[in-house]
Design a protein around this ligand. Structure first.
Ligand code: M6R
Length: 617
């Protein structure tokens, strides 16, 4: 959603801020802006639309200074206008602020500030916080030794604030200083060579430094080009941990690919290798994970699992549910994190919670995690972003290790979640009834996943051709059974989010209980028809669609021969074990959605209205 980047150092700040903002574009936004400080004066520029628009308006400006910050805004309070874009400057001109999050008590604070003579030019909650900091700054005595007027005024203002924030603040009296604070919105400090940076996402700063500090909730950092100090909202001091980012800037660039989504689809074989590396036992019969923080004995005592997530990650949970129930025979429940957090579900004792989140910042998933912990349950996380809020707040977990995923439509993160889910099911199964032989078979199958994914990707040209023939449709159904039902949901989500075609996923047999009313020559159905116990049933569902003149795109395993003329298009994927099938079956629907979106001229990596990580409710 919103993005933050701040810089103080030896270089001209503006080009670095603009570059950082471009690297944050993938998170989704509707306006962008920057502020620079030179000779006690702010230079501010903001513009609705893309960062390119901001570049156009700033191109003729001198853009002085080695100290500044920029923001990409995804509107919450106030419409998409230049005035509502960040940065905001206090009405006394002394404080500038960029902010991710929502200040919930902003109307009360605004009334207070209006009474004190502060004025407002935007409709945002951020401008209220900016003036509140200015109010405390004006009241704060000039700094005593070892004290900072600037930091204290931010701390005091935040003390009166309800809601969530990741902020960066500049003051005209404090050249070369940035103050930054977080509560519920990620912030990372970058410690470079004679320069300091702050960003909401590592991608914005990794070209300058790989030494980072992940700021925690309730912490306030004070940065200069060569120093940084972290304190808490209660004025306590913090011993910071400096981490090293393990990926490089090349990982966050699209290289020769047309879109990040395309690159990430084709990266899946390598991503799967990375997600499984070092995670199988020596005897080759089970999986092992380093960070679960739960002993095998404790796992054996678990009688139920509960998975919470949003969007694509929830689909990965649903596949995991299926596999845990198959391999370990333990009941599993999946829930939308956004529903779980409010519905006060009755929970069983001895339930272990899992949340899945690529970004680790999805606010609903984080809230579900907190709700489960509040009720006394342990929560483990499957997550891709090291140091994310979810990774930090969970009791343990499994990192996906697939590198940055930039495309808004999740692809490699999804299939790695499927892989980790299958490994988890294997691990739990082997602690219970799953035999050594069955374990060995599953391990072999999982180790073969990268190669199977590679073979599925070889269908890309064939799928592009199909996409071109079907791109004009406005409705599409995705139908699958058992573990491929969630993949049908995922196919429908993928298609609608990037191509804006209305699509729905259903269990194939459920189709005749309603969705069949949609079927016509104008509404194609994508069927998953792998070999196995359900094939005949799926073929019957296909016949029902065909009888109503619905076009059929069938995704079949190589050993399946469908009745002649049943499918209008056929995509063949390799035969594989049920633990791997959801991964392999995902690839054709990712490619189909991608090529359809391209054929329709859609902005694949930045679909309208969407954000890469949804950090507001
Ligand atoms: O970062 P998360 O995995 O928590 O994100 C959850 C969803 O917002 C995300 O999967 C969303 O559905 C994607 N755009 C799907 O492609």
């Amino acid at each position: 959603m919103c993005g933050i980047v701040g810089y103080v150092g030896k270089q001209k700040a503006a080009p670095l801020i603009l570059e950082g903002l471009k690297r944050l574009e993938y998170r989704g936004y509707d306006s962008a802006g920057l502020v620079l400080l030179e000779n006690g004066r702010f230079t501010v520029a903001k513009k609705i639309g893309r960062v390119a628009n901001l570049e156009t308006v700033t191109a003729p400006l001198p853009l002085p200074g080695h100290h500044g910050m920029g923001h990409t805004r995804w509107a919450t309070h106030g419409g998409v206008t230049d005035a509502n874009a960040h940065p905001h400057v206090s009405s006394d001109g002394r404080i500038a602020l960029i902010h991710n999050g929502v200040i919930e008590n902003y109307s009360k604070l605004k009334a207070f500030l209006l009474g004190k003579g502060y004025t407002f030019v935007s409709e945002t909650d951020t401008e209220v916080l900016c003036n509140l900091i200015a109010y405390h700054y004006a009241k704060e005595p000039a700094a005593a030794a070892g004290d900072s007027r600037f930091v204290n005024s931010v701390r005091k203002a935040l003390g009166h604030t309800e809601g969530t924030y990741g902020i960066v603040v500049m003051a005209t009296d404090a050249p070369g200083e940035l103050v930054t604070a977080r509560k519920g919105s990620p912030l990372i400090l970058g410690l470079g060579d004679g320069e300091s940076l702050v960003a909401s996402d590592v991608a914005a700063i990794v070209s300058r430094t790989q030494n980072v500090v992940y700021l925690k909730d309730g912490q306030i950092a004070h940065l200069t080009a060569t120093t940084f100090a972290i304190t808490t909202q209660n004025s306590g001091t913090v011993d910071p941990v400096i981490d090293k980012v393990t990926w490089s800037i090349a990982d966050a660039e699209k290289g020769a690919y047309a879109h990040f989504m395309e690159k990430e689809i084709f990266e899946q074989p390598a991503a799967l290798e990375n997600a499984m590396r070092g995670r199988f036992s020596e005897d080759g019969s089970t999986a092992q994970f380093g960070g679960l923080n739960l002993s095998a004995g404790e796992f054996r005592g678990i009688e139920r699992f509960m998975f919470c997530a949003c969007g694509t990650a929830l689909h990965a949970c649903m596949v995991t549910e299926h596999l845990i129930e198959r391999f370990a025979r333990i009941p599993v429940e999946c829930d939308y994190a956004s529903e779980f957090r409010y519905r006060n579900a009755p929970l069983f004792r001895n339930t272990l919670f899992f949340v899945m989140s690529q970004s680790g910042e999805t606010i609903d998933t984080l809230a579900a995690l907190r709700e489960a912990k509040r009720k006394g349950y342990k929560v483990l996380a499957v997550n891709n972003v090291v140091g994310s809020s979810i990774a930090r707040e969970a009791d343990g977990g499994i990192y996906q290790h697939v590198g940055p995923e930039v495309g808004v439509a999740s692809t490699k993160a999804f299939t790695s979640q499927l892989l980790i889910g299958a490994m988890l099911a294997l691990y739990i199964g082997r602690l219970r009834d799953l035999s050594f032989g069955e374990g060995v078979q599953i391990v072999r199958a999982l180790k073969g996943a990268p190669d199977l994914a590679r073979r599925a990707l070889q269908q890309a040209d064939h799928i592009r051709g199909i996409a071109q023939r079907y791109a004009h449709h406005t409705d599409m159904l995705f139908l699958g059974r058992l573990a491929l039902f969630p993949i049908a949901l995922e196919g429908a989500l993928k298609l609608k989010e990037i191509s804006y075609i209305h699509a729905e996923g259903y269990p194939a047999a459920e189709m005749k209980h309603g969705p069949i009313a949609l079927v016509s020559e104008q509404c194609p159905s994508v069927f998953f028809a792998p070999s196995g116990e359900m094939l005949n049933k799926v073929v019957s569902s296909m016949q029902e669609i065909k009888a109503r003149k619905g076009p059929i795109i069938a995704i079949v395993t190589a050993d399946v021969e469908l009745p002649a003329g049943l499918a209008d298009e056929t995509i063949v994927i390799p035969e594989c074990h049920e633990a791997v099938l959801p991964i392999v079956a995902s690839i054709p629907v990712q490619l189909l959605s991608y090529y359809i979106a391209v054929a329709r001229g859609c902005d694949v990596d930045k679909p309208r209205n969407l954000a890469k990580s949804v950090t507001v409710e």
